[in-house]
Design a protein around this ligand. Structure first.
Ligand code: 2PG
Ligand code: MG
Length: 434
């Protein structure tokens, strides 16, 4: 056992230029673990609270209250505890804030601390973080399959298009390098097509192109054209995945597509998405309906759950109880794992396990506000059998995570690359087996 000596918060800045919480966990023997809290823009109402000071300074986004939680409340409770006992450390943090959404301490304070403990324990054991995670949770590590954004929309691109993430996956690739190569070709092909048509405005929050499209379908057509321009046959090595983020434009079963000035109910939205699933090689779809539309999610899953990965993000907020409830109701067949939605590593891993135990997919994910922290590349690898969603193919807060996966792959071997495995049973998996 190596005891925790000190826990110290620091204000640093994220990819959107907003303040965020960094935590240093120092052990008695001098070893350091450090992590930074990310921040979402399209947040689920049931996720851990990202505690901000409010007021006028720094547009209300300062984190001095969350830093006080770390220094004055969490630090004294963790001093002397064993850094290798992640479960006990996380339980101690939880006991300090029994509120369901961690509004007292702040989820940003708890997640940075929890991850920093994980880093400290790995460093103390002289192991890479992914190996520590695999050992701690008894998992077989594997290099994850990326989900990479080509253009942004929704809350990440001034709502220029309604749908938030237009992404590709390359499950037909044999290695992480191959995914990077193919994605580079598709990303720049998309940029060229958009620039050629006067449809390119810049880059969105996660580094995907900021589009000027007249409809959501134009986005899908452009993505398809980009895949082809890159020399790929859509639906073979490369497939499309979408984050609809429907809670951002829907409430109480009514949805409003601002771009097309159309309002629709849940079943019309499901029909529209069903049409896209027929017309385009879409292998995964996240939050197809709103977080407050369980009937819609059940219906969508009943209709399409056998051929497409249906990922709950805002709908499940990395909460194991919500995952089990959704499983009981046959809603979704995969979960997005965002450590800051849960607020601690232990709760996130519990959610991951609840998903995988029922044969669900589990996609470890970044937030739209990110930093140089690479914890999620290690978590996705160490937990094994997963997928990784980080954003696009530009901007260092994204590339640092993809590049870390390349380094991990060098250590672990490309034969552990997940490829199409987690998509088994989905539309793409069946295509592959046929
Ligand atoms: C999402 C994420 C990442 P945000 O909705 O999946 O794309 O966005 O961090 O803004 O919630
Ligand atoms: Mg999402």
């Amino acid at each position: 056992m190596t005891a925790i000596k000190s826990v110290k918060g620091r204000r640093v800045w994220d990819s959107r230029g907003n303040p965020t919480v960094e935590v240093d966990v120092r052990l008695e023997n001098g070893v350091l673990g450090r992590a930074i809290a990310p921040a979402g823009a399209s947040r689920g109402t049931r996720e851990a609270i990202d505690l901000r000071d409010g007021g006028n300074a720094l547009r209300g986004k300062d984190v001095t209250t969350a830093l006080k939680s770390v220094d004055d409340v969490i630090a004294p409770a963790l001093a002397g505890m064993d850094a290798a006992d992640q479960a006990a450390a996380d339980a101690a943090i939880l006991s300090l804030d029994p509120s369901p959404l961690k509004e007292t301490l702040g989820g940003n304070a708890t997640v940075a601390t929890s991850l920093a403990i994980l880093h400290a324990a790995a460093a103390d054991a002289g192991r890479p973080l992914w190996r520590h995670v695999a050992d701690l949770y008894g998992c077989t590590p594997s290099v994850p399959l990326p989900e990479i954004q080509i253009f942004g929309g929704g809350a990440h691109a001034g709502r220029r298009v309604d749908i938030q993430d237009f992404m590709i996956m390359v499950p037909g690739a044999g290695s992480f390098d191959e995914v990077m190569e193919v994605t580079n070709e598709v990303y720049f092909a998309a940029g060229d097509i958009m620039a050629g048509k006067g449809r390119l405005a810049g880059v969105a929050d996660e580094g995907g192109w900021w589009p000027i499209f007249d409809s959501n379908e134009e986005a899908l057509e452009t993505l398809l054209a980009a895949i082809e321009k890159a020399g790929e046959k859509p639906g073979e090595r490369v497939v499309i995945s979408l984050d609809i983020a429907a809670s951002e434009f829907g409430k109480d079963g009514r949805y409003r597509l601002a771009l097309e000035d159309r309002e629709m109910d849940s079943s019309a939205l499901i029909d529209m998405l069903g049409g896209w699933l027929k017309a385009y090689p879409i292998a995964a779809i996240e939050d197809p309906v709103g977080e407050d539309d369980p009937d819609g999610m059940r219906e969508f899953t009943r209709l399409f759950g056998d051929r497409v990965q249906i990922i709950g993000d805002d709908y499940l907020v990395t909460n194991a109880a919500l995952v089990r409830e959704a499983q009981a109701q046959a809603a979704c067949n995969a979960v997005l794992i965002k450590v800051n939605q849960a607020g601690t590593v232990s709760e996130s891993v519990e959610t991951f396990r609840a998903a995988r135990a029922a044969g669900w997919g589990a996609v470890v994910s970044a937030r739209s506000g990110e930093t140089e922290d690479v914890s999620i590349s290690h978590l996705a690898t160490g937990l094994g059998g997963g997928q990784l969603k980080v954003g696009s193919f530009t901007r260092s807060e994204r590339m640092v995570k993809w590049n870390e996966c390349l380094r991990i792959q060098d250590e672990l071997g490309s034969d552990t690359f997940v490829g199409g495995a987690p998509l088994d049973g989905t539309w793409w998996g069946k295509q592959q087996r046929a």
